[in-house]
Design a protein around this ligand. Structure first.
Ligand SMILES: Nc1ncnc2c1ncn2[C@@H]1O[C@H](COP(=O)(O)OP(=O)(O)OP(=O)(O)O)[C@@H](O)[C@H]1O
Ligand SMILES: [Mg+2]
Length: 250
């Protein structure tokens, strides 16, 4: 049985003469968190954008759940199960936390909100949204408009929007950035739970979070994967120690 939900082969992208991703092959198995780490400018976000489809790759292939999605655009990819990359801009600032989640649920089901026609399905929608708000620990902030949420709360809301899309895979680009210790802990717990529904490709600079979460880690340097393995293997890998010179990997 094929235990891989996402299979990326030889993905490459150059900006002018600069090869940002260089024949990257990486995969994601069911129920796992695969962390992608590497120095600033290594090509991590570009790789995620190539998978999402917002950056066109020059070469390579992407298979999602045994379907070749290489030639699909970003909208088509989102529809069949690639979660949008993690970016604060997908939150609508004037809408409340609850309304943002409801909109994301509507986007998934591609239904329009019919205020009077189907109160039943609308109430189902709101209870589903509240369930998601509970998961991301924002239930008590559901009526607050997004622009008034704290940075950490907006990060949680972003994860909520991704959850609402029920994707086949999650691609998270630095979801812990700017979170305090409590926020990071909550996110770690949440990721451990949601990976059982949809596995996660995680870019993260917070090494403690990476080591707490990752089932596998790949290290990318100058657009190439230089090491890949379990947390234990990566911690013991001399190449990784060279890359992270100055950072104590324990
Ligand atoms: N649209 C673009 N045009 C030209 N160069 C780009 C473009 N997007 C990214 N780059 C360059 O590609 C390199 C890789 O960028 P990328 O954002 O993928 O790195 P990263 O690994 O995510 O880094 P960080 O850890 O700082 O987020 C950088 O040198 C960046 O300046
Ligand atoms: Mg980046």
């Amino acid at each position: 049985m094929n235990n891989k939900i996402l299979n990326i082969t030889n993905l490459s992208k150059s900006f002018g003469a600069f090869k940002v991703t260089d024949e990257i092959s990486i995969d994601l198995k069911f129920n796992e968190i695969h962390a992608l780490i590497g120095p600033n400018g290594a090509g991590k976000s570009t790789l995620i954008k190539q998978i999402v489809g917002t950056v066109k790759h020059d070469m390579g292939s992407i298979i999602l759940d045994q379907e070749d999605i290489t030639d699909l655009n970003d909208v088509e990819r989102a529809k069949i199960g690639i979660s949008r990359t993690f970016q604060v801009s997908s939150i609508i600032p004037k809408f409340t936390a609850l309304e943002n989640i409801v909109l994301s649920l509507l986007e998934r089901s591609q239904k329009t909100f019919q205020l009077f026609k189907s109160l039943n399905s609308n109430s189902k929608l709101f209870s589903e949204a509240k369930e998601i708000l509970l998961q991301i620990e924002l239930e008590d902030r559901r009526k607050v408009i997004a622009s008034e949420l704290s940075h950490g709360e907006r990060r949680k809301l972003e994860v909520g929007l991704a959850l609402a899309m029920k994707p086949k895979v999650f691609l998270f680009d630095e979801p812990m950035a700017g979170l305090d210790e409590t926020g990071t802990k909550m996110m770690i717990n949440l990721f451990q739970r949601i990976k059982l529904n949809s596995p996660i490709l995680l870019i993260e600079h917070d090494m403690d979070a990476v080591f707490a979460l990752a089932d596998r880690v790949s290290v990318i340097v100058y657009g190439k994967i230089v090491a890949s393995g379990t947390v234990k293997e990566i911690k013991a890998n001399p190449i990784v120690h060279d890359v992270y010179l100055g950072y104590e990997i324990t």
